[in-house]
Design a protein around this ligand. Structure first.
Ligand code: FBP
Length: 259
């Protein structure tokens, strides 16, 4: 049996929080304010917030990554101007990711898209390349396209998790179903593959987001790979501290006071 030890670098007591910052390509600058448009600020949050890894595209990694936290390079990506069936192609090789200091690589698959087969094939090659370097592969598996009516339906999220296991991912990054019971079905379908919950757009309140995080952890998730809910927060380092308490220390969140 082949094993990839590298992913353990991201784990603290078996859990971890990863800071995602590839939205400049995936969504464009409307996600940013004057502070968080600067990747140097994100490096600072990653370190001060105690993140176990930071996720960049290769261009940001080349110019801003300074080694303060482990690096994960997203090796494929797309912009969101074209609104057809989604497809994301590889734009950075494993060799290049390693030369930039990556300790793992990430790849997005739009499960259910008309172009799913292209991404499966490319992921297969990437997986083979990554194994040569002993590098873990994290699969962002996002069901999307005309065939997908509800991307957070329990059976769709569980299918995404299972796809990660079938394709050889070491970890999958999937959306939360909305409750721990259905999310635990997804986690169980992922088998030995580690499950990271994806953040999504900034929740109406931080408490709403923390409830999702707690639900995912109760369901057996390894952790979070989150972006906007951290770096769009008023105080990202304080938000990160609360995330660590739930994910790493296993604390329960405090209920808000109702008056
Ligand atoms: P967020 O926590 O900001 O949602 O980031 C997680 C992430 O997977 C990013 O890595 C990626 O850029 C983005 O979500 C993709 O978002 P979308 O679901 O809109 O394609």
């Amino acid at each position: 049996m082949r094993t990839v030890k590298g992913i353990d670098e991201f784990l603290t007591d078996g859990r971890s929080i990863l800071l995602a910052y590839d939205q400049g390509l995936e969504h464009g600058p409307t996600d940013f304010n004057e502070k968080n448009l600067d990747p140097a600020y994100i490096m600072e949050i990653a370190e001060k917030g105690g993140f176990n890894g930071v996720i960049f595209q290769k261009g940001v990694a080349e110019k801003y990554y300074d080694g303060r936290v482990p690096l994960i390079i997203k090796v494929n990506g797309k912009a969101n101007l074209y609104k057809g069936e989604p497809v994301s192609k590889q734009i950075c090789s494993v060799e290049e990711a390693v030369s930039l200091g990556a300790k793992a690589v990430g790849y997005t698959i739009y499960l259910g898209s008309q172009f799913e087969a292209d991404m499966f094939a490319e992921f297969g090659k990437l997986h083979e390349d990554a194994r040569k370097y002993g590098l873990p592969v994290i699969a962002w598996i996002y069901p999307r396209g005309a065939a997908i009516k509800n991307d957070t339906a329990p059976e769709i999220v569980a299918y995404a998790a299972r796809t990660g296991l079938e394709l050889g991912a070491d970890a999958v990054k999937i959306k939360y179903t909305g409750d721990p019971k259905t999310f635990s079905w997804a986690v169980r379908n992922a088998g030995k593959v580690k499950v990271y919950m994806s953040g999504g757009p900034k929740a109406p309140t931080e408490h709403d987001f923390l409830m999702q995080v707690e639900g995912a952890i109760q369901a057996g998730a390894t952790g979070l790979a989150v972006g906007r809910n951290v770096w769009q927060s008023e105080d990202p380092v304080a938000t990160a501290k609360r995330l660590r308490q739930i994910v790493i220390e296993g604390k329960r969140i405090e209920q808000p006071a109702y008056h």
